[in-house]
Design a protein. Structure first.
Length: 182
């Protein structure tokens, strides 16, 4: 069975909704559907009898937990989505609904990242290849001269440029066009 990814704190709902933070409700017009284990838990809210509702929640929560234990369903929160987007910044990935799939809020969109140079070297064309402390590797793709050689520990800022490009500023120097490699 394919892994189903859910961006929600569904397990908290099993505890009577304690601690659940939700956006104001709006109709979901996307083609994706939520996993059945999650929907079963939500349907328990409509059970009128308290004992039956509790039994419904207990059963649905157990099924949700089992699905998570089998990795058929993964529950992540918005903070984890933001951090994942940040670590994937610059990589060309398909639009995945687990990361918003085009429906993300502007506040969740990653427009730039900052890091620290771990290592840097020049390739055969004299362009810089910079690996950041978080493991991301960025390669210069233009022929701009980098006045001061990048060194370990220097700060790097990378932001989106025009038409899918990225601009890398190393230690406050003028930016060079770059592409994420890893």
């Amino acid at each position: 069975m394919n892994r189903l990814w859910v961006v929600a704190a569904a397990a908290l709902m099993a505890a009577g909704g304690a601690g659940v933070l939700a956006k104001p409700s709006r109709p979901d017009t996307s083609p994706r559907q939520r996993p059945e284990a999650f929907e079963a838990l939500v349907r328990c809210r409509s059970v009128a009898d308290e004992k039956q509702r509790l039994a419904c929640y207990d059963g649905a929560a157990a099924a949700l937990e089992q699905a998570a234990d089998r990795h058929d369903l993964v529950v992540i929160d918005r903070k984890q989505v933001r951090e994942t987007k940040r670590t994937l910044f610059g990589l060309e990935l398909p639009r995945l609904s687990i990361f918003g799939g085009g429906n993300e809020d502007a506040a969740d969109e990653v427009k730039e990242v900052e890091g620290v140079v771990q290592s840097a070297f020049q390739d055969g064309n004299g362009r810089w290849v910079v690996t950041l402390a978080d493991g991301a590797t960025w390669a210069q793709i233009d022929n701009q001269v980098v006045a001061v050689r990048p060194k370990a520990g220097q700060k790097v800022k990378i932001h989106r440029g025009a038409i899918g490009s990225y601009i890398m500023n190393i230690n406050g120097q003028p930016g060079v066009k770059a592409r994420r490699q890893l």
